[in-house]
Design a protein around this ligand. Sequence first.
Ligand SMILES: *[C@@H]1O[C@H](CO)[C@@H](O)[C@H](O)[C@H]1NC(C)=O
Ligand SMILES: *[C@@H]1O[C@H](CO)[C@@H](O)[C@H](O)[C@H]1NC(C)=O
Ligand SMILES: *[C@@H]1O[C@H](CO)[C@@H](O)[C@H](O)[C@H]1NC(C)=O
Ligand SMILES: *[C@@H]1O[C@H](CO)[C@@H](O)[C@H](O)[C@H]1NC(C)=O
Ligand SMILES: *[C@@H]1O[C@H](CO)[C@@H](O)[C@H](O)[C@H]1NC(C)=O
Ligand SMILES: *[C@@H]1O[C@H](CO)[C@@H](O)[C@H](O)[C@H]1NC(C)=O
Ligand SMILES: *[C@@H]1O[C@H](CO)[C@@H](O)[C@H](O)[C@H]1NC(C)=O
Length: 608
Amino acid sequence: MVLHSRVFVLLVLLLLGCSLSSATDDDINCLKSIKASLEDTLGYLNSSWNFNNNTEGYICRFTGIDCWHPDENRVLNIRLSDMGLKGEFPQGIVKCKSMTGLDLSSNMLYGSIPPNISSLIPYVTSLDLSYNNFSGDIPKNLANCSFINILNLDHNNLTGSIPPELTLLNRMKTFTVAANRLTGQIPAFNFSLSAESVANNPGLCGKPLDPCVVTTKNTKTGVIAGAAIGGVTVAAIGVVIGLFFYQRRLSAMRKKDDDPDGNKWTKSLKGVKGIQVSMFGKVVSRMRLSDLLKATNSFHKNNIIGSGRTGTMYIGVLEDGTSLMIKRLQNSQHSDKEFSSEMATLGSVKHRNLVPLLGFCVAKRERLLVYRFMANGTLHDNLHPEDDTNRAVEWSLRLKIGLGAAKGFAWLHHNCNPRILHRNISSKCILLDADFEPKISDFGLARLMNPVDTHLSTFVNGEFGDLGYVAPEYARTLVATPKGDVYSFGVVLLELVTGERPTHVAKAPDGFKGSLVEWITQLSNDGKLHDAIDTSLVGKGVDTEVFQFLKVACNCVLPPPKERPTMFEVYQLIRAIGERYNFTTDDEILMPSDSGNVDYLEELIVAK
Ligand SMILES: *[C@@H]1O[C@H](CO)[C@@H](O)[C@H](O)[C@H]1NC(C)=O
Ligand SMILES: *[C@@H]1O[C@H](CO)[C@@H](O)[C@H](O)[C@H]1NC(C)=O
Ligand SMILES: *[C@@H]1O[C@H](CO)[C@@H](O)[C@H](O)[C@H]1NC(C)=O
Ligand SMILES: *[C@@H]1O[C@H](CO)[C@@H](O)[C@H](O)[C@H]1NC(C)=O
Ligand SMILES: *[C@@H]1O[C@H](CO)[C@@H](O)[C@H](O)[C@H]1NC(C)=O
Ligand SMILES: *[C@@H]1O[C@H](CO)[C@@H](O)[C@H](O)[C@H]1NC(C)=O
Ligand SMILES: *[C@@H]1O[C@H](CO)[C@@H](O)[C@H](O)[C@H]1NC(C)=O
């Protein structure tokens, strides 16, 4: 094997040597041009990239430069991750003709990815532009960088859709575009794409995310015209480099670039681990970012317990054994000051049916929220267990959960100060503590997100709330309202009473493709509403209660917002159904004093 590789290197060098005579001058000029075109805010290039030394191979000692051979000025890889570099994509890189790996991640690069990128870096096998501020489209010309194995474009400001041409990159194994502003259908790659690698875009849909909702005829569909990538005039030499490099990189790739734990971002926190976590209560007196890192095994992917529009939730265990939940907020557009003041507000919002926010931490670009741990996970996972063990939740517990959640939402809408619209209600935001008491999470976070509510596509693609929970009027009005929350909660109540998922109804007849609400509406029109009830609840002496509960849920999802009850009324109705169980104890919701003309925190922020 080793011998084989050596022969390969020799062959490559030989070929390079005879075909590209002035290659090395080019490589020096390449680095000079890169240095000149980037603002070196931390002085890394300034101190290391000194061109006054003319010994052969001197550029190979530069920070971030690997050469094919240490005594020859021929650049193999450029790795300038996290060096405080600012500017546009360095066009001068075209002169590094033998370069096969480019890592410019975690800098402050902006502007568009050059539309002729394949002429600039034709032989690149690994391209990492993640954690910058690149904007504009993903150029379809990337499909002509035919040696690409790894393409990381996550955490930028890219818009438009993912070009279907990229599926022609048949060596590609890793592709990440998470946390951009991409929309549209994800094209079908022939390797498995994780949901994480495309997460946190306002309008992406299709595998591995939720299916696209086809509402308009003119949705852009990815037309892959089977256009073979044909005409690429790759010189024989390029092929040789590509093949050779492909072999060589396989092992290195697994070690470094794959980021299998998905926690590469924690790297940028190295210097700030001492930052104090601001705590609201006295659960944990003093805590630093380093404690959170330790508790979550540096936010290891095995610690992820959920993720959604507002960010990813991790479980953390402190040294004293206390469990916590830590939310890494999806990139928020608010300044540190605004964010801290928001947190102070949310920290003071306390109710028996809300997940307590214990503290928060701002570290560089990261915003971390610390919550009390909820032992029994989400309502969603309890109702729809992955493993199909079919441990049906019994009726009294479903009623208790519906009631507690209604109480929490009614309190947010009518009694808390300031009043809060949730905007993202689903069975995933209702968590269950050790006693199965429901606790609402994610309240007050929707408005910390990018103002996606101005983009129609985010409604169409169900990103405004989880698919299946979005009130129909949102697609027209684009305005979050209390009745929109009631609709979403109605869908949760339907899940409780039918045991079905909001988007896929297992019990529906073959060929039915509608949502849970559409199924219920159809049954109701046919006078067969009873058929909707979860069979595990039927004939247990609670039929009347269950049916009343179903009626309340149906009222919440009526199409005209005006005909839906208020959250306070929903709470009162469910309370009446559960009267005999003596669930309700303390802190009753007060009768709302308002006449309906109230400012919600939500709208205040939008107006700001
Ligand atoms: C770069 O180096 C030059 C001299 O070597 C110095 O004058 C300049 O201040 C340095 N710039 C930075 C950003 O360190
Ligand atoms: C040039 O670089 C070589 C190799 O790094 C080093 O040994 C030599 O001292 C340098 N010469 C000058 C003039 O900096
Ligand atoms: C790539 O495009 C830029 C401007 O868009 C142009 O200046 C440059 O010459 C092009 N490079 C190549 C190699 O085509
Ligand atoms: C990113 O670039 C846009 C313009 O392209 C600019 O408005 C914005 O401030 C930049 N953001 C950061 C964090 O540098
Ligand atoms: C790739 O390059 C070939 C030849 O230069 C060109 O015909 C083709 O359109 C390019 N494909 C893309 C996706 O840019
Ligand atoms: C993304 O780009 C838009 C407009 O180009 C800009 O207003 C916004 O600040 C950018 N976002 C980030 C995170 O830089
Ligand atoms: C993807 O397709 C290419 C050819 O189009 C093939 O060489 C490669 O093995 C495929 N990869 C997988 C994982 O199927």
